[in-house]
Design a protein around this ligand. Structure first.
Ligand code: DGL
Length: 272
């Protein structure tokens, strides 16, 4: 039976949370992960420059992997580049955007926190999700400057600085008119890597929304609707991570990818 070849893309290790969910949903799929570690972190980039970069990087990755489906496992990239990617390339794309709709369905207090990168928080796309799905809620959006980096350091085996983590997440825990935040959207794919620690520093318990299982179900549906390209021995093997810079690919990083299901690696220098 032909297996779908799925290319997952993020700025760094965050998309591994999505890769993990896709591996559970489609255990036979051929998975190749890619991290634009030369551009990490995406959160602080200017919109237009980042959009151009993402389109160029994906062009090189699609040529190398020849995927059946591409998963943009990054909210920062999905909220600005999805339309440009669909215009530029024929392959089906699945993206991830902050899970505001499910949060609005689950909140009882009507007070929702959204943790995301500074870029995602500023995007028009994110604001229009709130206007459409959570217009009846109070939404506290916070662009956390360091959370993605803290998550990467954790995966590399470093201790998490809990005081710093507490400061990064505190702005979404709010009280208003006798109620308080009861749902927090993890609006960056890196953040589910830190759910236990965030829970520990949170001032009270809340529901955390990690969209990766829903994304994985969507990937399975799209793979089923797609005519698969079939085997190709010139493409990276299942379990390969492609990095855009060898510089940040030290042994701790490669070990982290290995433990998350991607023990092989390649470097694709893109020159953007
Ligand atoms: N994992 C990414 C996201 O979902 C971006 C992290 C970053 O590069 O700042 O938004």
């Amino acid at each position: 039976m032909t297996k779908p070849r799925i290319l997952l893309f993020d700025s760094g290790m965050g998309g591994l949370t999505v890769a993990n969910a896709v591996a559970k949903q489609l255990p036979d799929a051929h998975l190749v992960y890619s991290a634009d570690n030369a551009g990490f972190p995406y959160g602080a980039w200017k919109e237009e420059a980042l959009r151009l970069r993402i389109v160029k990087v994906l062009g090189a990755l699609i040529a190398r992997v020849k995927p059946d489906v591409v998963v943009i496992a990054c909210n920062t990239a999905s909220t600005i580049a999805m339309a440009a990617l669909r215009d530029a390339y024929q392959v089906p794309f699945v993206g991830t955007v902050p899970a505001i709709k499910p949060a609005a369905a689950q909140t009882k207090s009507g007070i929702i926190g959204v943790l995301a990168t500074p870029g995602t928080v500023n995007r028009e796309y994110t604001h229009s999700l709130i206007h459409t799905y959570a217009f009846h809620c109070k939404v506290f959006l916070h662009g956390a400057p360091r959370l993605a980096e803290i998550a990467e350091q954790k995966l590399r085996g470093h201790a998490v600085d809990m005081a710093e983590l507490k400061d990064e997440v505190a702005p979404v825990f709010r009280k208003r008119d006798g109620g308080r935040t009861d749902v927090v959207v993890l609006g960056c794919t890196h953040y589910p890597l830190l759910t236990d620690e965030i829970n520990e520093v949170a001032p009270w318990p809340v529901i955390y929304i990690d969209p990766s299982p829903a994304i994985a179900r969507r990937v399975a549906d799209v793979a089923e609707e797609t005519v698969l390209k079939g085997q190709n021995h010139d493409v990276p093997a299942h379990g390969t991570v492609i990095l855009t810079s060898a510089r940040a690919g030290g042994s701790e990083t490669l070990t982290a990818y290995g433990t998350m299901g991607f023990p092989r690696h390649e470097v694709l220098e893109i020159g953007v």
